[in-house]
Write a protein that binds this ligand. Structure first.
Ligand SMILES: Nc1nc2c(c(=O)[nH]1)N[C@@H](CN(C=O)c1ccc(C(=O)N[C@@H](CCC(=O)O)C(=O)O)cc1)CN2
Length: 297
């Protein structure tokens, strides 16, 4: 995978990696279609009018179609009730043309997001958020894995070679959709894993010992340059929208311009974000193949 450099640091081109992955997925979708006569279908449910969510759902729809899959988009009003949303999921669970289901997060505050996630058939849970998939991941069983951590792992393995064994990985953030599954994935790679969070007292010191640093907090520029161990690989999951000179831009959780002594770092935008969507399509193909009892190759 191609990488540019800032000073001595390689910039990990997640956008390019994701594009290459999507080309591979497109070929595998066509192979699956030839073998089964069916096309993988992804259902995306958007509730409300959050602008960022609308951008991401639009991108998921376009890339699903570009990969040769069927995309089913459901746009529900902000005041949609819990029962109505649960009923839609129930219909999608048994729809033979739907192999992947996701409900875009965050949901409006009146909705019980945990219950919504639990309503999804685990075999169609292409976000990998269902308790069944989270439990399978934590116990080393085959599971649908959350898209962002899966994409981060792909970038790390591409950068560090296929073995991460023995490396010290520090993850800042303990969310169910990134931090916790990221820790499980790196533990499965035989990393020594530390999870730091808002109550951790010595986060900068922990980071300075990290060979791999994954930051998933949602605070712009939280990680300063002197938190980064020389030669470390930094994965910035942050997507923070800020105003600079009256213009809106997206920045990560790491002070990118201070990370010159890292061996490599993902940019924001153009790093982890595109991998999230590529891994969603990979998960949808995986779910399709399992539901149709064929190999994913
Ligand atoms: N049901 C889910 N909801 C959310 C998830 C998820 O995995 N499943 N993750 C995030 C949002 N997200 C996907 O939904 C996502 C975020 C960012 C990107 C991305 O490509 N970002 C670009 C910049 C795009 C922009 O201009 O904002 C980049 O980083 O280069 C893709 C998907 C929360 N919700």
């Amino acid at each position: 995978m191609g990488m540019d450099r800032i000073a001595g640091t390689a910039v990990i081109d997640g956008k390019r990696f994701a594009a290459e992955l999507l080309e591979d997925i497109k070929l595998r979708v066509e192979s699956a279609r030839q073998r089964t006569g069916k096309v993988p279908g992804l259902a995306v449910v958007l509730v409300g009018s959050d602008p960022a969510s609308a951008v991401y759902v639009g991108s998921k729809h376009r890339q699903t179609v570009a990969a040769g899959m069927h995309s089913f988009k459901y746009e529900l009003a902000t005041d949609t009730g819990q029962a109505e949303l649960m009923a839609l999921i129930g219909r999608l669970n048994v729809d033979p043309d739907v192999h992947g289901i996701l409900v875009q997060l965050p949901l409006p505050a009146h909705l019980d997001a945990a219950a919504v996630i639990q309503e999804i058939n685990p075999d169609k849970d292409v976000d990998g958020f269902h308790i069944s998939n989270a439990g399978r991941l934590s116990t080393g069983q085959p599971a649908l894995v959350p898209c962002t951590p899966l994409g981060c792992l792909m970038l790390l393995k591409d950068r560090l070679g296929q073995s991460l064994s023995g490396l010290h990985a520090v993850i800042i953030g303990k969310s169910n959709i990134v931090g916790k599954p990221m820790a499980q994935l790196l533990l499965a790679e035989n990393c020594t894993v530390t999870i730091a969070h808002s109550r951790t007292k010595n986060t900068p010191a922990l980071c300075r010992a990290a060979d791999i640093l994954v930051v998933a907090v949602g605070r712009p520029g939280l990680v300063r340059g002197d938190w980064i161990k020389p030669g470390a690989v930094v994965i910035d999951v942050g997507i923070n929208r800020i105003e600079v000179d009256g213009k809106s831009r997206i920045v990560g959780d790491v002070a990118f311009e201070e990370a010159g002594h890292a061996a490599a770092i993902t940019p924001v935008p153009g790093g982890v974000g595109p991998m999230t969507i590529a891994c969603l399509l990979s998960n949808t193909l995986t779910a399709f193949c399992r539901l149709n009892a064929i190999s994913a190759d």
